[in-house]
Unconditional design. Structure first.
Ligand SMILES: [Zn+2]
Length: 414
């Protein structure tokens, strides 16, 4: 009996602990930016109006012509070895972002039947930057030691003058700072259109990646959630306390009174004062506050809203080339067709009318790991066939280097 009481006490203590954690302070942070920069309100309003129009013009959801691949730089700002988290963890984090935004997360199948038709592949992917702002090669990880023992939403982590690391140009990169955010805060993000030097996402190092991260926030979903804010998403309950009048400005997410904490069983229907009937509220949405293991979807409406920002205040990112290495020879590049793309891992490279010598074709994944390498003495007006069906879904770079040229193509496996 005692054992059961102890177990119950442990479980409820665990739930209290989880609630004491502050999953995200983006809402309060946004309010502070508006106090610091009153003129920013007009930018926020413009973004929301554009998103509303966008949703009206795409009632079935927006389908982009191509998947966007956003270059990421991780600024790891550390005061000790523990905070200087491993490259493995950062690569895991990038992989989680790609899985969650590409709808190939392993728990995608947990989405309840009633919500499955709303579950979106956002057509947004991420790669580690391979060019820094000066055009030099980088692995996309900027490690900076600091004497600051702990940061907060005051943004000191975003400036080298205050012990952090300066942002890279936000038109070309998603800046993700990884640092000690104190005892309770998991992360926060800047919405689109705010001050350029403060733009990006901040993650507590303890909740970044998977290996060695702290449960129950050890599946990389803090980043998924925060990048959602960075792309213009609000919390699913509308940040209106527990009233039903607030909105996340997305039509297909059920009205929800307040945030959910902890975890619920797969398929569990939860209702509240704002959505009283089944299928209930969408507690498994990435923009709720549930534990990492219990959030696994964005909706079509959320995708449309994110794309409205990718075609508005975040438009420049669509043409960022910072993941590519080397110099792309545009003339030759147009004579090499990669099709189909996106694909299921089977694709062709067609060299139209080209004669190339000493050709090395190197395929790397979004983390920079080589997955296939081929060499040809000569390629003459030919078509090559590739089978990457055994590789995970994601973004791949096809580097075609000859004796005199270098061309890089992007391939997306879905
Ligand atoms: Zn949030």
């Amino acid at each position: 009996m005692k054992k059961y009481l102890l177990l119950a006490a442990c479980l409820s203590w665990g739930a209290i602990q989880a609630q004491q954690m502050q999953r995200c302070s983006t809402h309060d942070y946004q309010q502070q930016i508006l106090i610091d920069h009153p003129e920013y309100q007009a930018v926020v309003d413009e973004g929301n109006n554009h998103a509303q129009e966008y949703a009206q013009n795409h009632p079935e959801g927006f389908t982009p012509r191509a998947t966007v691949v956003i270059p990421v730089v991780f600024h790891v700002v550390y005061a000790n070895a523990t905070e200087n988290i491993s490259t493995t963890r950062l690569l895991e984090q990038l992989q989680v972002l790609n899985e969650d935004y590409g709808k190939y997360n392993a728990d995608a199948g947990n989405v309840p039947n009633a919500f499955q038709s709303l579950h979106a592949n956002t057509d947004i992917q991420f790669c580690l930057a391979h060019k820094d702002p000066s055009g030099n090669w980088t692995d996309g990880i900027n490690r900076v030691s600091t004497t600051v023992s702990s940061f907060s939403t005051n943004d000191n982590v975003k400036f080298s003058a205050t012990g952090g690391a300066n942002a890279w140009p936000r038109d070309q990169y998603l800046n993700i700072w990884v640092c000690d955010l104190g005892s309770s805060l998991l992360g926060y993000a800047a919405f689109p259109g705010g001050p350029a030097t403060r733009d990006g996402v901040v993650l507590h190092y303890r909740y970044t990646g998977k290996t060695g991260a702290s449960a129950p926030f050890n599946k990389g979903r803090t980043a998924t959630h925060e990048v959602g804010h960075w792309l213009g998403l609000y919390h699913i309950w509308g940040d209106d306390g527990s009233s039903c009048s607030g909105t996340d400005q997305v039509a297909d997410t059920p009205n929800q009174a307040s945030e959910n904490y902890g975890c619920f069983t797969v398929g569990q229907v939860r209702t509240d004062a704002c959505t009283a009937n089944a299928p209930g509220i969408m507690w498994m949405n990435f923009m709720d506050y549930t534990d990492d293991a219990c959030m696994y979807m964005f909706t079509t409406g959320q995708k449309t809203r994110m794309w409205s920002y990718l075609n508005n205040q975040r438009f420049a990112l669509q043409s960022s080339q910072q993941c590519l290495v080397g110099i792309e020879d545009q003339t030759i590049a147009t004579q090499i067709n990669l099709f189909p793309s996106p694909n299921d891992g089977h694709f062709n490279l067609q060299f139209n009318g080209l004669l190339l010598n000493e050709v090395t074709i190197t395929i790397t994944n979004s983390m920079g790991q080589i997955v296939e390498k081929r060499y040809y003495d000569i390629i003459h007006d030919t078509q090559l066939w590739f089978d990457m069906s055994q590789q995970p879904q994601g973004v791949y770079l096809i580097d075609i280097t000859t004796s005199s040229e270098r061309i890089i193509k992007k391939m997306i496996k879905q």
